[in-house]
Design a protein around this ligand. Structure first.
Ligand code: PMP
Length: 402
């Protein structure tokens, strides 16, 4: 899966971020001839919000503090900082997107590490064949690599869940809302002998209506997409079965002996500030992160839809209006990514964007059709504005051709 990157001599970083690309002509300030990189899902649109929050989230850690590997003896996840556990529980309670009572929280270095931990925890160790790992296409493009990178003898990537017709045990990743297309999803295999892991990275009110407080057996979340702090590398799992949680903890211990205390404490503070502000709507302080995120994304989606409306070039998915329990209003999704389909006959949607120096991710990478491409909506204003400007120029070129 990672073969194409290896062939190019680059290394794709885990959070879908082509870190190497930044040195290769991609510029942050967007000179008119510069590439705009909307291939990765880097959540830099949140920077403006956190800048406004000033010192509210400043955490000072003295040289003598937090030297120990250990954080708590009251929790099977002994490297989980109690402050982080408290703020995770209080944030889910305030938003109403997931239950936490009765769940063990396992912290990871990003939810990327927890994806691996959960595979280790669920895969039977005593079977002759590795368990199949599936997800419905279009699936999050990292799943195949995450699953196969260590060539585990106990689990293996088995592709699109829609095509999984073997009478064998399986683990299904259900991403909801889905990356890349923002759709709310459930499991598709639905057979005995299966485990379902819910990847809820985007189940937050800026992206989608919160229609219920979820209580699945295994639920994964990440600060990266909730607050924009991808660089802190903090993810968490809510796990119902204590034995599964313990095995996940064993994995995190074996791979990194816990998770950075500095990162945990920073994210603990941030999540608490978000939880405190998120019950205030329309406040002049502007300290509701979800309101900020939704406003930015709603505006961007409106502009993007307007830009493609009068052309036959692209189509965008439509999302239903739903009651959001968090906002208390009828709203539609404003996903973190635009899943764009080029018009029939244009086989490589990615290339259309490349033609105007915009890097996007081909549908092929998501187990889908190259007639689709995924475009990040979470970049900075100048990147989004550049996207709109250049899309308009594609439209003009194509219309003149007709
Ligand atoms: N799951 C999904 C669906 C994602 O989109 C991402 C980030 N792109 C992750 C997991 C991993 O997030 P992180 O490792 O930054 O926590």
């Amino acid at each position: 899966m990672g073969g194409t990157d290896q062939a190019r001599g680059t290394t794709r970083s885990p959070n879908e971020t082509d870190a190497n690309d930044n040195g290769g002509g991609v510029t942050r300030n967007l000179p008119s001839d510069g590439l705009i990189n909307l291939d990765h899902g880097d959540p830099t649109m949140y920077e403006a919000f956190w800048r406004k929050m000033g010192d509210k989230c400043t955490v000072v850690i003295k040289g003598y503090e937090h030297l120990s590997y250990f954080s708590t003896n009251k929790n099977p996840c002994w490297f989980l900082e109690p402050k982080l556990e408290d703020s995770i529980r209080s944030l889910h309670g305030a938003v109403g997107n997931a239950e936490t009572d009765g769940y063990t929280i396992v912290v990871g270095t990003g939810s990327s590490q927890l994806l691996q931990a959960v595979l280790y925890a669920l895969a039977p160790q005593d079977q002759p064949d590795p368990i199949n790992v599936v997800s419905a296409a279009p699936f999050y493009s990292s799943y195949p690599e995450t699953t196969n990178i260590v060539r585990s003898g106990v689990y293996k990537w088995a592709g699109d869940a829609h095509g999984f017709d073997k009478d064998e045990p399986y683990i299904e990743f259900v991403t909801s809302p889905n990356n890349p297309n923002g759709v709310i999803r459930g499991p598709v295999v639905n057979r005995d002998g299966g485990f379902v892991v819910y990847d809820l990275a985007y189940y937050w009110p800026q992206y989608t209506p919160i229609t219920s407080s979820l209580d699945f057996d295994i639920m994964l979340f990440t600060a990266s997409k909730c607050t924009g702090h991808a660089g802190s590398r903090i993810g968490w799992a809510l796990v119902k079965d204590k034995e599964v949680a313990k095995k996940m903890i064993t994995f995190v211990v074996a791979s990194s002996i816990g998770v950075s205390k500095e990162s945990q404490l920073r994210v603990a503070k941030i999540l608490q500030v978000v939880a405190d502000g998120c019950k205030r709507f329309g406040s002049s302080d502007g300290d509701n992160l979800f309101e900020y995120g939704r406003n930015v994304l709603a505006k961007r989606w409106e502009i993007l839809r307007e830009t493609v409306k009068n052309t036959q070039m692209f189509t965008l998915p439509k999302y239903p209006l739903q009651h959001c329990n968090y906002n208390g209003d009828l709203t539609q999704a404003h996903p973190a990514f635009a899943w764009i389909k080029c018009k029939d006959g244009m086989e490589e949607c990615e290339k259309v964007f490349k033609g105007v120096k915009i890097l996007v991710r081909s549908g092929r990478r998501f187990g889908s059709d190259p007639g689709y491409a995924r475009v990040s909506m979470m970049g900075k204003d100048e990147e989004f504005n550049g996207l709109i400007e250049r899309l308009s120029s594609v439209i003009q070129i194509c219309n003149n051709d007709d």
